[in-house]
Write a protein that binds this ligand. Sequence first.
Ligand code: GDP
Length: 323
Amino acid sequence: MTKKALITGLTGQDGSYLAELLLAKGYQVFGLVRRSSTSNLERITHLSGNVEIVSGDLLDQSSLMDVIAESQPDEIYNLASQSYVPLSWTQPALTAEYTALGVSRLLESIRRCKPDAKFYQASSSEVFGQPDESPQTERTAFRPRNPYGVAKAYAHWMTVNYRQKYNLYTCCGITYTHESPRRGTEFVFRKITHTAAQIKLGFTNELKLGNLDARRDWCYAKDAVYAMWLMLQQEQPDDYIIASGETHSVKELVECAFNCVGLNWQDYVSVDPAFYRPDEPVQLIGSINKIKTELGWQPQHSFEELVKSMVDYDLTKLSNGRA
Ligand code: GDP
């Protein structure tokens, strides 16, 4: 029988990749989308006709119950949230409404309308904030340092609590930064690969960055969504870290991106304090021992391959006048 999946956050980077994966596996895919006066469907135009768009909002409990009752999904992936960390400081309450309470509403809707559905909650490495160990594991204490991380920590523990209290199949994937050509240019990875391509093609001749020594555990979004799907195919639900298991600095990223276009990064890059973060987390690096051992998952793309594929994507797009 055809499996059915409901994705929240369909229009985001992960939602669009997950929808592609599930469609390729023969799922019927429903995407929960907020009603909006302007279209935000550009990441999924290639999927139109294949994904059934259903209207609902994480702020509205009854819309979630209706969508779940009507679509009867076997699997539900909650990838929606207010996910931009700086904005969580200027809109902390709204961030909590979507990112924290939205998950309460979803869990409660599942419990009432489709308790045998399997649920994936997108947790984030931001829950660790200022962790007291590195690499972090599934047992590392949560010490979030911004409203987004606090909201994600609440959502994480609610998901675990619904598993324990109601015996629902609910899982949290604690993802570290994951990137792709569908990532916005406000994030440093895409900013660098996109600007390197622009410089190569003569559209600009400078790249202003913040802290070049900041380190991140970057992985490819396609690898990450495969891990999400895998987590819902198990006998027992559990929580896993989804990461690359290695870190690279912003400087290494710049060097690698400029190497891809045959330029010397020092000729173009300058440091602008405007891009410095006052609350920079310490070494965030995920241990992938658990997911590797128990689910056999590990990233299929290296850091260098990811940088190159994103630079190549932007070179092609810019050359065709589309970015
Ligand atoms: P996130 O902080 O992991 O959500 O992702 P970002 O891509 O926004 O930032 C990654 C790291 O890059 C942070 O440690 C920033 O301090 C550092 N960084 C350095 N220069 C920049 C920049 O120009 N823009 C952004 N967004 N981050 C920068």
